[in-house]
Design a protein around this ligand. Structure first.
Ligand SMILES: C[S@@+](CC[C@H](N)C(=O)[O-])C[C@H]1O[C@@H](n2cnc3c(N)ncnc32)[C@H](O)[C@@H]1O
Length: 432
């Protein structure tokens, strides 16, 4: 990869537009570079504002570039992003973006890049005023329209929040210390924060920082986890002696919280179909000095992983569109397609059907997603209830989120609030 930060960011963006890998994965590969933080900022910002920047670029180019989504196209978007968002002087941004052409092996495009960026610098107000209002939401059209249809009153705020930087939230390991003690300890290390509103373990840091460098990380005093996810153990109504299953457990965020919340479970089985991600469960549990039975298998194939002994509690934190966490993973806007939703809904239905027989009579299954889309949430749950006779819906009484036909939905919060997240609780009949 090239040494120039902007060219490196253009290469990453180009890969994402080819649907190659994820932003987190690509940034992980460059984390040893001196300019890693800057490349990350460029990539995050450009993904966040991608659809707006595309609309601007379309106005600036007399005709579309030949390679619609090649590195040069990405470099132009990065230049526009910086002209809009960076505090650096415009001339420096333009000069440095023009220089990146050489690193990309596109020295011939220096004049073009210079011309396009200077044009925007001079005529920004006029160009912006010609854009349709929808461009400023900076979301793919299919997702914007779906949100506007499904959440007509909230869609504008949801999209505005999805374009903000997310807060950094910690989960206090309450087996080690109280939240107030952890806040004091952080304060002594010059890290300030405030308690979350809904989860008793949540702490919002006033400023994001490297978690590993915070006091207490190595010894497991806390984990990094959004407040929405921290609501899970309470909803599961855990008690000593129960056998629990986390069916889609990697990297182990909720599994470790379950173990911290109830230390006398008879067993927690932490299952995931992705072997590499499942390794992270072990690493996280080790740091927190917790243990679970970690299994790698497709949860739908119960013959491959289930020993036939029932579970009292099942968490199905299902794979989903992740439309509730776009502020943390803005590349979702580039990678997720409308057609993915039906495929995900089918997978969610198959997981519910396969896991239900593993639940003991009287037991609870908590279905969660980080999606805002009703197809993956209340519709998935409603369809399951229709086809499963011994499943009973249990309402969630809470002072957070929006009550849906089935389940409760948190909509993407601002810098002081949780991610978009969905929860539904199902109980299995006691039988006769
Ligand atoms: C939303 S993530 C889970 C996050 C995790 N619960 C946590 O809190 O750290 C969904 C997980 O489902 C896993 N997954 C996807 N399809 C699966 C399947 N058929 N069986 C088991 N796990 C699956 C993915 O590998 C991914 O790790």
């Amino acid at each position: 990869m090239t040494a120039n930060s902007r060219a490196a960011a253009a290469e990453i963006l180009h890969k994402l537009l080819q649907c190659e890998g994820s932003l987190t994965g690509h940034l992980n590969n460059i984390r040893d570079r001196d300019d890693a933080a800057f490349v990350q900022e460029l990539c995050f910002g450009c993904c966040r504002w991608f659809h707006l920047l595309q609309a601007i670029l379309a106005q600036l180019l007399k005709k579309p570039l030949k390679g619609q989504h090649d590195e040069l196209h990405c470099l132009l978007l990065l230049g526009l992003y910086q002209l809009r968002e960076s505090s650096k002087a415009d001339y420096a941004i333009i000069n440095e973006t023009v220089s990146a052409c050489d690193q990309l092996g596109k020295a011939w495009a220096r004049g073009l890049v210079n011309g396009v960026l200077r044009n925007y610098q001079r005529n920004r107000q006029d160009i912006d005023s010609k854009l349709p209002e929808s461009a400023f939401y900076s979301h793919p059209a299919w997702l914007r329209k779906t949100l506007q249809q499904q959440w007509p009153e909230q869609a504008s705020q949801i999209m505005a929040n999805a374009n903000r930087r997310p807060p950094m939230t910690l989960r206090c390991n309450s087996t080690r210390q109280s939240r107030i003690d952890l806040l004091r300890r952080l304060e002594q290390g010059n890290v300030s924060g405030r308690p979350g509103q809904w989860a008793e373990t949540a702490i919002y840091l006033d400023q994001a920082s490297n978690a590993e460098a915070l006091p207490g990380f190595a010894e497991g005093a806390f984990s990094v986890q959004d407040e929405a996810s921290q609501l899970v153990p309470d909803l599961l109504q855990l008690a000593a002696g129960q056998r629990a299953l986390d069916a889609c457990a990697a990297p182990g965020g909720k599994a470790s919280h379950i173990l911290e919340s109830e230390q006398s479970l008879s067993e927690l089985v932490a299952l995931d179909s992705d072997a590499r991600r499942a390794e992270r469960i072990g690493e996280n549990l080790q740091r927190l000095q917790l243990s679970a039975s970690i299994k790698v298998a497709d949860a739908r194939d119960t013959g491959a992983w289930w020993d036939g002994r029932g579970f009292d509690r099942i968490l199905l934190d299902a794979p989903c569109s992740a439309t509730g966490v776009i502020r943390r993973h803005p590349d979702i806007k580039l990678l997720r397609q409308r057609d993915d939703i039906g495929r995900l809904q089918q997978l969610q239905a198959q997981l519910l059907d396969a896991l239900w027989p593993c639940l003991n009579p009287g037991g609870l299954l908590l279905y969660t997603t980080c999606s805002l889309l009703r197809q993956e949430n209340e519709i998935s749950v409603g369809n399951f209830l229709e086809r499963c006779e011994d499943a009973k819906y249990e309402g969630i009484a809470a002072d957070w989120g929006v009550e849906c036909a089935y389940g409760r939905q948190l909509l993407t919060g601002d810098e002081t609030g949780p991610d978009g997240f969905y929860f539904a609780l199902l109980r299995k009949d006691q039988g006769r």
